[in-house]
Write a new protein. Structure first.
Length: 258
């Protein structure tokens, strides 16, 4: 693999994808994209809760956990370019994409790329904790100093507050968080290609970064392929308190593929 993450398709699959509950009999595969600063293990609980008909496969970005010695990728396009070959190898049955926060943007752009290039679209796209790309963002969190960046994570309640007091852990997490914030804040939506995938949007009712109206605005990108919106109690990381409900939403939406 080279410095920008390109490698042979089979090698790409083993590098990029983590199967926490492998099941080659599952009717559908759900590829899950972590939020900024996170790793594939963010979806361990989801993988264990989903119906046997749905196998969750988590994406592992470079620069974290077992890929910590690899350089970060710095833009949404770079991630999609490197990841798509891995998904092509593993999408040997009906499949769907799920992304939270930055992961929602990556899942959306990946769905557009796969649909345009392969002609075999995902069964559904799930975007969580992210305003529509048609609604501009003006955040510049990646330019903040470490203390301010940690304070923002604490405000969003994205992890146990005790972990934010662990200096060794912060030394490992902050570079990935800053890189991913830069990636998210540098992203600019291009209207083409149009999305040709049924779309499910999930959001917290008190997310300070995603007003419900901005989550509903995803509907303008859904076309005629289907759209639904689920507003759950909680903030930006509502998902942490509602794994079972989110899994039910996913399973019901994929019922035709299961």
């Amino acid at each position: 693999m080279n410095a920008r993450g390109a490698c042979a398709p089979q090698d790409a699959a083993s590098s990029w994808l983590r199967r926490y509950r492998p099941d080659d009999t599952a009717a559908v595969r759900l590829f899950c994209f972590p939020h900024a600063g996170a790793s594939a293990s963010a979806y361990l609980s989801v993988a264990r809760r989903l119906s046997p008909a749905v196998e969750a496969i988590a994406v592992q970005y470079p620069g974290r956990q077992d890929r910590r010695n690899e350089p970060f990728l710095e833009s949404v396009d770079e991630v999609v370019d490197a990841l798509v070959p891995a998904l092509r190898v593993s999408a040997d049955r009906p499949y769907a994409l799920f992304g939270h926060s930055l992961g929602a943007t990556l899942a959306y752009e990946t769905a557009r790329r796969l649909s345009a290039e392969d002609g075999r679209s995902p069964a559904r796209l799930f975007v969580s904790g992210r305003r529509s790309p048609t609604r501009p963002r003006h955040a510049m969190a990646h330019l903040r100093d470490d203390a301010a960046l940690v304070a923002e994570v604490a405000r969003m309640q994205g992890c146990d507050p005790r972990l934010l007091q662990d200096s060794e852990l912060l030394d490992m997490v902050l570079p990935a968080l800053r890189n991913d914030a830069r990636m998210a804040e540098g992203y600019r939506h291009r209207p083409e290609p149009a999305l040709t995938v049924p779309l499910t949007v999930l959001t917290g009712d008190s997310d300070p970064h995603v007003p419900v109206a901005d989550a509903r605005a995803w509907q303008t990108l859904a076309g005629t392929d289907g759209f639904d919106l689920h507003v759950l109690p909680g903030g930006h990381f509502y998902l942490n308190d509602h794994h079972d409900q989110v899994c039910r939403i996913v399973e019901e939406a994929l019922g035709h593929a299961c």
